[in-house]
Design a protein around this ligand. Structure first.
Ligand code: ZN
Length: 180
């Protein structure tokens, strides 16, 4: 038997294990799983708990990029839909950072609605974290650039879900006030 609740709990457990040694860059050093559960909670609330694939992908969205998890691992454990969605929001790590950032802006408009909601929730969490605990060593200019870039990435993600959009806008306003 594989109910939604079981699948979701397994995704949370797997994400926590895979990211076990990672922390946010800021002075608070929040465990990375906090970012993942924040994204998942945003998505779950915004969709009234009606989309388990989206919430699972929220928990797993950084596994391909930041851990040794492979696409096949995700597919085998969580199914093709979840694996494909995580892959859709994963950068090509063989490219330089600036190119990856440029591609996020260029490629997001063509992504699925679920990937767009995930991007919105991800950037919301990142902006909140930037305000609460800015990464050590980041200059004002770099912080400001991130805020501007995040808004550019999600420009094409609007009109899909008012709740996630409102969460992003609130986080973006706060970050703009702080660093703009
Ligand atoms: Zn993320």
């Amino acid at each position: 038997m594989s109910t939604d609740l079981v699948r979701l709990a397994r995704a949370a457990d797997y994400a926590a294990r895979q990211h076990i040694a990672q922390r946010r860059k800021g002075p608070r050093g929040e465990p990375y799983i906090n970012h993942l559960t924040e994204v998942a909670a945003l998505l779950a609330e915004a969709t009234d708990g009606g989309d388990v694939v989206l919430v699972m992908a929220g928990l797993l969205h950084d596994t391909l990029e930041d851990t040794d998890t492979t696409y096949e691992d995700l597919e085998q454990r969580f199914g093709a839909e979840v694996a494909a969605l995580v892959a859709e929001v994963t950068d090509d790590k063989s490219l330089p950072k600036e190119e990856r950032k440029r591609l996020q802006i260029a490629k997001t408009p063509a992504k699925s609605w679920r990937a767009k909601l995930l991007k919105l929730a991800d950037k919301t969490s990142n902006l909140r974290s930037l305000v609460q605990s800015p990464p050590s060593g980041w200059t004002e200019a770099r912080l400001r650039d991130y805020v501007v870039w995040a808004a550019a990435v999600v420009q094409s993600c609007r009109g899909l879900n008012a709740a996630v959009e409102a969460a992003f806008d609130a986080a973006h306003d706060e970050a703009s006030r702080q660093f703009g």
